[in-house]
Write a protein that binds this ligand. Structure first.
Ligand SMILES: Nc1nc2c(ncn2[C@@H]2O[C@H](COP(=O)(O)OP(=O)(O)O)[C@@H](O)[C@H]2O)c(=O)[nH]1
Ligand SMILES: [Mg+2]
Length: 385
């Protein structure tokens, strides 16, 4: 604890912009930080240093911070006289103010009072309001509108594919932020979910969040953006959620069924991987490119024959745990192949077919051996636990 406080002190003196995160517990602050730093949710949690009872400081990377983050639930935080001066200083240094509210939460009077008070003192402090957990307002048939349609204006209420209740709440919540001194806030609807929730994509809205960060803190955003393209981050934020959803839905990849259509979980996954790695192109083109390079015959042969044998030998039907594990493994392998393929392209190199296939094969084996089907709950559910 003393060490932690000591490190928090050192971070207060460090020389990197401060992002001030304000929001209730469980509103999604740590999830946002995980996205920004390219780390896992738990790793971020461990990286925080307590300052007072309600406020924590975080710096990334810890030794030579590019970004510091102050995470608070409020201002009234007199529990720890000792640290409160440090806390005041950290607040004084804030460069960007990010308020995080769950979309269904209209009981945010306290937060609003704080925002008003802070803007009175710092009218120029850029303010972003993240409206999180969008799927909490979905009905059972709803999906995230895709592509991401929101731009922060009042039109967000009526975008195609936005469930009525969600649209209403987006606007109602924004109305609560009117009349605040300084530039009006920029709003960004978000839904960052856990892989096992099966709400895809698991980083919904991240691109728009990055655009806003870039506007407010261009140098920081430029340096941190690289983390989004790390293999570790792509596995955690893209491949795992899609592979788990494919398993839960017993979603067999399209090429194995003989087609090359773009409408599959795997093609959606591949496109997101390509984009994170900085490769441009439309939805269908990127998927076709990878499937073509890998060879659809190869894919079907290498994943499909193994499964076909199991199905025949054991007399299984679709919808069994084995098919689920197969869907998981093949999705995972396609993800790994995409990591290699678009990673090479982004680096200006030509991907090699044999290396591509080797990566797919190795990943398929590894995933087949490690995957355990979840015992409960369909991951295609839309409400989180
Ligand atoms: N463990 C875990 N939880 C996540 C992740 N992404 C989102 N969450 C969920 O996000 C919700 C909001 O939590 P969090 O981001 O910690 O909010 P905070 O309390 O404002 O920091 C929690 O209920 C988590 O279940 C993840 O990658 N791992
Ligand atoms: Mg947290």
């Amino acid at each position: 604890m003393d060490d932690a406080l000591e490190q928090a002190r050192r971070w207060v003196d460090a020389d990197a912009p401060v992002l001030w995160l304000l929001g209730k517990t469980q509103s999604g602050k740590t999830s946002i930080l995980a996205e920004i730093t390219g780390q896992g949710h738990d790793a971020v949690g461990r990286g925080y240093r307590p300052m007072t009872r309600e406020s924590r400081l975080y710096a990334f990377p810890p030794d030579r911070p590019v970004l510091r983050v102050l995470d608070t639930r409020g201002l009234a935080d007199h529990a720890d006289e000792d640290a409160s001066q440090d806390l005041d200083r950290a607040r004084e240094q804030a460069h960007l103010f990010l308020v995080v509210v769950r979309i269904e939460d209209l009981d945010i009077g306290e937060i609003l009072d704080l925002v008003r008070q802070i803007r009175r003192q710092h009218p120029r402090l850029p303010l972003i309001v993240a409206q999180t957990c969008l799927h909490h307002l979905y009905g059972s048939g709803d999906r995230h509108p895709d592509p991401y349609p929101f731009d922060g204006t009042d039109d967000d209420r009526n975008r195609a594919g936005v469930p009525v209740e969600l649209g209403r709440s987006i606007l109602a919540q924004r109305r609560l932020f009117t009349g605040i001194k300084g530039e009006p806030p920029r709003f960004v609807p978000l839904d960052f979910t856990r892989p096992e929730q099966g709400v895809l994509p698991a980083d919904y809205g991240a691109d728009r969040l990055w655009d806003l960060l870039e506007r407010a803190l261009p140098e920081v955003a430029e340096r941190l953006r690289l983390n989004r393209a790390s293999e570790e981050s792509i596995r955690a934020r893209v491949i795992l959620p899609y592979a788990m959803a494919a398993a839960a839905a017993n979603a067999v990849p399209v090429p194995l069924l003989g087609g090359l259509g773009a409408a599959s979980l795997q093609s959606a996954m591949v496109v997101r991987i390509a984009r994170r790695l900085g490769c441009a192109g439309d939805f269908t083109a990127l998927w076709r490119e990878l499937a073509g390079a890998l060879g659809t015959g190869f894919m079907a042969g290498f994943g499909g024959s193994w499964m076909a044998q199991q199905v025949l030998k054991l007399g299984l039907g679709w919808g069994t745990a084995l098919v689920a594990s197969w869907s998981f493994a093949i999705s995972w392998a396609i993800g790994e192949a995409a990591l290699y393929y678009f990673g090479e392209k982004a680096a200006g190199q030509a991907p090699e077919r044999e290396a591509l296939r080797a990566r797919y094969r190795a990943a398929l084996r590894a995933a087949r051996d490690t995957y355990k089907p979840p015992e409960t709950e369909s991951a295609m559910r839309h409400r989180g636990s």
